[in-house]
Ligand binder design. Structure first.
Ligand code: ATP
Ligand code: MG
Length: 421
């Protein structure tokens, strides 16, 4: 095989694509009901946009971006995540001037990260996401979480746990950061290599390190929720009250910090049973400094992104049925003088809403009938020499048996009758 799909990417074949379409339909429907309008931004952006927003010291910017120089000498990057592009568009199109804030947006599409591929981790993967920009009320945090919750519930997903934390704000985080560094620094030699550099650059990331995160040392680290300023503490308490009102269960996790620098206050994840190591299916949080950081007014925002591949793995593991095979309703079998009628008949049926197909191999009638059965067709529509001469079609019921002759002019109406449930 001279050519193969690039490492970390996959082809989605029609049977699997039907499952994709089914979850996309549910996501679009839930977003519509919650008042989130779809936004579509480019697949690549200026590199600086991600360096600035996601953060220079994050894994994404340091080692995961697909960055290239175009023929005009510009540095561009395939988007590794959706929030920065949405906020860029929000500013560029002055959506912040809306009299009705927040602006509520949703997106779906491919993202690109140079990672070690494994189950639930690819280099081109897909996210569904939402962003609500322009309001700081904790009611909105609850609504965004409720949207994710509703989406997963609508798909029939159980065994998904909402974990919640607050990472504070520029008022309270520096003091917490200092307390954490003071606590960890004497044990620097016990940390993994990544965490040793995190200690100077991004110490909060030590808390959710996949190696050090569960050690007794890190387990006993100071908790950020005990260092929040009054405003952050009130916000966090109000969110928990709202979630309780909605009956959405949550678990507090003081080690949840998320890998992107722009988060403030609320951070959350939906974690699934049965996904192995890649068990976070949906993750998000509030980003109150991001709009300003990217050159817009000082407006707050909140959102989440969900990994579609992980969602589909999870649905498969739970045996959910999704995107069933569309029934092939009519299979046209043409031969001899009837050949010329094949495509016109198919077109008329399809325009009338009938799911219709035919054999294109020029095989004999028996082989074509076999193909119709293999494809699960409900009716075979036969047009041979006799039918062509008399302007008729022989309609053969492949499920119940029996056949009848219908004039071509009446065919669409007859098929509608036959197919009526
Ligand atoms: P992880 O810790 O698993 O690397 P992350 O913190 O990098 O996740 P986010 O940037 O928050 O992930 O992206 C949100 C969601 O997108 C994740 O929870 C996950 O479901 C999905 N996701 C992220 N990276 C990948 C990837 N490389 N392949 C498939 N899905 C991914
Ligand atoms: Mg990651």
């Amino acid at each position: 095989m001279p050519y193969q799909v690039p490492r970390g990417t996959v082809d989605v074949l029609p049977e699997e694509a039907r499952r994709w379409q089914a979850v996309e339909d549910v996501f679009r429907d839930v977003c519509r009901r919650f008042g989130y309008g779809e936004i579509r931004t480019p697949i690549f952006e200026q590199t600086e946009l991600f360096a600035r927003s996601v953060g220079e010291t994050t894994d994404i910017v340091q080692k995961e971006m697909y960055t290239f120089t175009d023929r005009g000498g510009r540095s561009l990057t395939l988007r590794p995540e959706g929030t920065a592009p949405v906020v860029r568009a929000y500013i560029e199109h002055k959506l912040y001037a809306s009299p009705d804030l927040p602006v509520k947006l949703c997106y779906l599409g491919p993202m690109f990260r140079y990672e070690r591929p494994q189950s639930g981790r690819q280099r081109q993967f897909h996210q569904f996401g939402v962003e609500a920009i322009g309001s700081d009320t904790p009611v909105l945090d609850a609504e965004v979480i409720a949207l994710g919750w509703t989406f997963l519930r609508t798909l029939g997903l159980h065994d998904v746990t909402l974990t919640l934390n607050s990472v504070g704000c520029p008022v309270c985080r520096p003091a917490y950061r200092a307390a954490l560094v003071d606590y960890v620094r004497p044990h620097r030699e016990e940390l993994c290599e990544d965490c040793r550099s995190r200690l100077d650059q991004n110490p909060l990331r030590i808390l959710d390190c996949k190696i050090d995160g569960d050690t007794p040392l890190v387990e006993a680290a100071p908790k950020i929720t005990e260092h929040l300023c009054d405003a952050c503490r009130d916000h966090h308490a109000a969110l928990k009250t709202e979630l309780t009102r909605l009956g959405i269960p949550f678990v507090e996790d003081a080690h949840l910090v998320r890998g992107l620098d722009y988060y403030t206050r609320t951070v959350f994840e939906f974690v699934a049973e049965g996904l192995g190591a890649q068990n976070t299916v949906l993750a998000g949080g509030r980003y109150n400094g991001l709009v300003k950081e990217l050159g817009g007014p000082d407006q707050p925002g909140i959102g989440f992104a969900l990994g579609v591949e992980r969602l589909l793995l999870l649905l498969k593991a739970q045996g959910a049925s999704l995107g069933t095979h569309p029934e092939l309703q009519a299979f046209v079998i043409a031969f001899g003088a009837g050949e010329a009628r094949k495509l016109p008949l198919l077109m008329r049926l399809r325009e009338a809403g009938v799911c219709a197909d035919a054999d294109y191999s020029g095989r004999g009638i028996k082989a074509q009938l076999k193909a119709a059965n293999r494809r699960g067709a409900r009716y075979a529509l036969i047009v041979g020499d006799d039918e062509a001469q008399t302007g008729t079609v022989t309609v053969k019921d492949l499920v119940a048996g029996g056949q009848q002759t219908v004039s071509e002019a009446e065919l669409v109406n007859a098929m509608r009758d036959f197919l009526r449930p």
